[in-house]
Design a protein around this ligand. Structure first.
Ligand code: PLP
Length: 333
């Protein structure tokens, strides 16, 4: 396979996972709101700022093992940050092609990870075309943000860690955000692999980035046409078909919240836990702050024993000023 010329040979001796075992901590505030012990899987603390390093790190390590020595990604968001971080640790060059729509603050963040940043096109599709061309031309490994089994296997480590950290107490449910469905696939893969596919999954999206909910309604992945939600990093037009294969035997409850609810959740979470996250993560937290979990407990969808675990997926595109701006724009108190 690959044989690109890079002045820096890949560091193939890095075989340990590139993600950390993130803490699982109690949330007193969400526990009160949900009427049940709530635990937070703090993947916002991952070195790339989000859970993405689990899957993207695994994918890139596999490709480096096959001989690739350069990566190209088309994501200016959290997958791109994960690709840049993984490439730096593995000692190989990374080129991240971002569309003009990516917030400027991501350029220095990606450059801090020693990635070369190229701005191409107005939206992700044109950046992705350019990344595909560049990857082909330089025989580099093209990194897809969510649609590959090696990405899902990497994300599935969340489940083994959660089970280990919960000890004898089995989780009553796991709450996740859904964009293209890579995280959801990883969670389901992990549940199957650990023999606990009866643990219910609560899948959260925002209005205007709700391709999973649309797919469930249609019975197959369908394009939602446009991304109108503020949760841009959830903005896949179509969910991966992998979710339909992996959801067999898993109880999934799908919910869509408004942008305002996602932002309210980010703001309340920042106050409750002194931690900034993107609306992509706020969508999952809104399951607690907007009363969805409480309802699922009272109607029996979530069993009456065990803690509810929220995956705090994190995200880089947020600062104190950005959060204040969202609060203003959406009239969040
Ligand atoms: C912070 C954050 N949360 C959740 C997601 C959704 O992940 P997926 O696309 O794998 O469903 C993303 C996707 O980029 C993200 O950046």
């Amino acid at each position: 396979m690959a044989s690109t010329k890079s002045s820096t040979p890949a560091n193939t001796s890095v075989t340990a996972p590139l993600h950390i075992v993130s803490p699982l901590i109690p949330s007193p505030a969400l526990s009160v709101l949900c009427g049940r012990s709530v635990l937070l899987k703090m993947d916002n603390l991952q070195p790339s700022g989000s859970f993405k390093i689990r899957g993207i790190g695994n994918y890139i390590q596999k490709r480096v093992g096959e001989g690739y020595s350069r990566v190209v990604s088309s994501s200016g968001g959290n997958a791109g940050m994960a690709a840049a971080y993984a490439a730096r640790v593995l000692g190989i060059p990374a080129t991240i092609v971002i569309p003009e729509s990516t917030p400027q603050l991501m350029i220095p963040r990606l450059q801090q990870e020693q990635a070369e940043v190229k701005v191409h096109g107005r939206v992700w599709n044109s950046a992705h075309e350019e990344a595909t061309r560049l990857a082909k031309e330089s025989k580099a490994c093209l990194v897809h943000p969510f649609d590959h089994p090696d990405v899902w296997v990497g994300h599935s480590t969340l489940v083994s860690e959660i089970l280990q950290q919960c000890g004898d107490e089995r989780p009553a449910a796991i709450v996740v955000s859904v964009g293209g469905g890579g995280l959801l696939c990883g969670i389901m893969k992990g549940l199957h692999a650990q023999g606990v596919s009866d643990v219910p999954v609560v899948a959260m999206e925002t209005v205007g980035a709700d391709c999973f909910s649309a797919a469930l309604e249609a019975g197959k992945p369908v394009s939602i046409g446009d991304i109108t939600s503020i949760a841009k990093t959830l903005g896949a037009l179509m969910v991966t078909v992998g979710v339909f294969e992996l959801m067999k035997g898993v109880s999934i409850s799908s919910h869509v919240v408004t942008d305002k609810e996602a932002i309210e959740a980010c703001a309340r979470f920042a106050d409750d836990h002194r931690t900034l996250v993107e609306p992509a993560c706020g969508a999952a937290l809104a399951a607690g702050y907007s009363g969805i979990i409480k309802k699922l407990i009272s109607d029996g969808t979530i069993p009456d024993k065990g803690p509810v675990v929220f995956v705090v997926c994190g995200g880089n595109i947020v600062t104190l000023d950005i959060l204040a701006g969202w609060k203003r724009d959406f009239n969040v108190e």
